[in-house]
Design a protein around this ligand. Structure first.
Ligand SMILES: [Zn+2]
Ligand SMILES: [Zn+2]
Length: 272
């Protein structure tokens, strides 16, 4: 069961990869299933039908997105299963907007990601600027905890410690410095029947551990976590499906026996 559960296309502001090309390439790679998860980041991006006063980037154009997904599902139905997903970049102050969006469309799968805090982006380092690692990780995990306590319309928590992608390599021990809060977050995710994802882009970014880290993956298992999806987070052809098969073996070595796919927001389990 080769599948990719974190895939971006031309419908994300940061990708030009045509959705149909993604599907054709996935078939070529031998995937049996793919879940497209383009970006929605309220607060820093706007919907295509909103007035663009601040020259913001756009969220997914929902009507075009879901109609293209339906067309491709039908066209390639004998070759690959296509699932309808989105990646929600949720912040405490945008929860209502995401609830509304969720109620307007059919989704099989939603990745909940923390991409910004107070509309401050991580990738530009606006959020991390002028604070210590201790301070910005504390703010990041506090925001994550607040969101998972107050938001339910998702399937898995995406790339849980992705902030490390932008860190200087100075040996700061994220897991042990923030173990208490990470434990609280994972407990909340498990209690609410949600899961986490293993994001294989850690290899592309040459991080020295998995994303989330091996320690987090072990802790999630210890706490009784079962739901875990695996995704490449690809935005271009070279990354589609990459490292999924090899990291599945690594998950097995850590102690996982199953990984998950989704249909109508419900988990389906497969043996690793
Ligand atoms: Zn993300
Ligand atoms: Zn993503």
């Amino acid at each position: 069961m080769f599948c990719d559960y974190h895939v971006h296309t031309e419908f994300s502001d940061d990708s030009t990869y045509k959705m149909e090309d993604v599907i054709k390439d996935a078939i070529q790679l031998g995937m049996r299933e793919i879940c497209i998860t383009d970006h929605v980041d309220y607060g820093v991006k706007i919907d295509v039908d909103q007035p663009n006063e601040g020259n913001k980037e756009f969220n997914v154009d929902y009507y075009r997105y879901f109609s293209e997904l339906k067309r491709l599902k039908e066209k390639y139905r004998h070759q690959i299963v296509i699932k309808e997903g989105l990646e929600f970049g949720v912040q405490s102050h945008t929860i209502d907007q995401f609830n509304k969006l969720y109620n307007n469309f059919h989704l099989d799968f939603v990745i909940l990601s923390i991409h910004q805090v107070d509309n401050k982006e991580f990738w530009t380092r606006e959020f991390q600027n002028q604070s210590t690692q201790e301070e910005y990780y504390t703010a990041y995990f506090n925001e994550m905890y607040n969101v998972v306590q107050n938001f339910q319309n998702y399937s898995v928590l995406g790339h849980m410690d992705m902030l490390k992608r932008y860190d200087e390599k100075n040996g700061y021990d994220v897991f042990n410095q923030h173990k208490e809060m990470i434990t609280q977050i994972l407990k909340c995710v498990i209690e609410n029947g949600k899961g986490i994802e293993l994001n294989t882009s850690s290899i592309k970014y040459q991080l020295d551990d998995l994303m989330p880290s091996t320690d987090i993956l072990k802790l999630y298992l210890e706490l009784g976590g079962k739901i875990i999806t695996i995704g490449s987070d690809s935005h271009r052809k070279e990354d589609l499906g990459s490292h999924i098969k090899e990291l599945r073996k690594v998950l097995k070595d850590i102690g996982y026996t199953e990984f998950t796919t989704f249909y109508n927001m419900k988990p389906i389990f497969y043996n690793i």
